[in-house]
Design a binder for this molecule. Sequence first.
Ligand code: FUL
Length: 484
Amino acid sequence: MNVRSLFSCLCAAAFAALSAVSCMTPAPAPFGACPSPQQVAWQQREMNMFCHFGPNTFTGVEWGDGTEPEDIFNPTELDCRQWAATARAAGFRGIIVTAKHHDGFCLWPSPESAHTVAQSRWRDGKGDVLRELSESCAVEGLDFGVYISPWDRNDPRYGTPAYNAAFVRTLESVLGGAYGPVFEQWFDGACGEGPTGRRQVYDWPLFNETVQRLQPLAVIFSDVGPGCRWVGNERGEAGRTNWSTLEVEGFEPGAGSPPVEVLNGGTPGASHWAAAETDVSIRPGWFWRASETPQVKTVRDLLKIYYESVGRNSLLLLNVPPDTRGRIDPVDSLRLTEFRSALDAIFADDLTQGAAATGKARGRRFAPANVLSSDYDSYWALSDGETTGTLTLTLDGEKTFNRILLQEYIPLGQRIAAFHIEALTPEGTWKEIARETTIGYKRILLIPTVTTAALRLTIDDALACPTLTRIALYNDTIYCATSN
Ligand code: FUL
């Protein structure tokens, strides 16, 4: 071996050793309350469809009082495959159906109740909406979830200790395997009077344990989790500051939940992970009514909701209620198609293509360039103890945009508490274009349109060394709002 090849061998060995060392830079330790893998996967779905369906669809009221004759439930053309196909085409990842709303009527033949599809004339009492919907979801590649209301205005046991045990058996008949995996159990906190005028004291720990025992992978929604929390309003607005952590000690769903402002923004650094779910209806009401068809939300309304839910670290649960035929109304499904097309157009072209990212990092494995890859598991991170820092993006020439998408790597906890972004001016100075607080799983900033060749992100405050897995830039010419 001559000197030159010995030298190149040594260089190669040194390089390999250095790479091995840098590859071993440990990831930041998890900070505070972190999501379970199911909670991460849940938030990555971003959008699910809600379907309110039951006697109220036929009576036109929002809260049936439980005295409705079972025969009122009689969809003439029930087509759950159409619900699922509509949801899939619109980009929803799952459907949550009101298996039992407050009127107590069960969309499946629950052995615990005498107020179900089995007592109705629909399909001679042999129908089962949950069966048809769960099978349709499976065929369309969607997940299946259920809303089962603890408040029951029909069950004569409501308001007595026997009701809690009966409610557990009700849960068992849905979650016990008859309908396959359930990705989300939706618990409404409403607790009104039952048919005998009594109110129930709900045994929430027992209800939650039952779901966890039967469907360990299901995320449980309620005002305060444990899987995910209510966003605090039904307008489709998550907090501009939105932590996925929530202080739950001493709180429970319903009247005992934290103030709505707390639900809307979470609690920084709290000991429980319960990301916000934004439930909102495409119509004024939760249930379908012919008279409300002219008020189906516009594409602009839906984009605003998307930006203020998914774009603010929340999951969007959009209610699209089937009609009296048992089909999604053509007006709603057309609107969903238009909404999908708008989202696809807005997010088609990421203007960071060809950009370079520079800045301090925890080591090569956590380099700034990681924010440019769509691989969620590859992220930029600072060193332990560093809670401020800067990342500069040099774009591939001048770009014009009005949306900045940012994502933290949430498996290690939500950390970023304050940040700002500047754009390079033609004079070579930096001009601030955004100043915000939280990021979380996903944040989309709506900014006035800017043309620039470089951007600088400064993390001003974080609860622990920050992580960032994605920065992307888009130009939305469809929904041209200029403030977030
Ligand atoms: C509320 C319920 O009372 C409404 O009827 C609806 O189901 C909504 C999603 O949750 O609390």
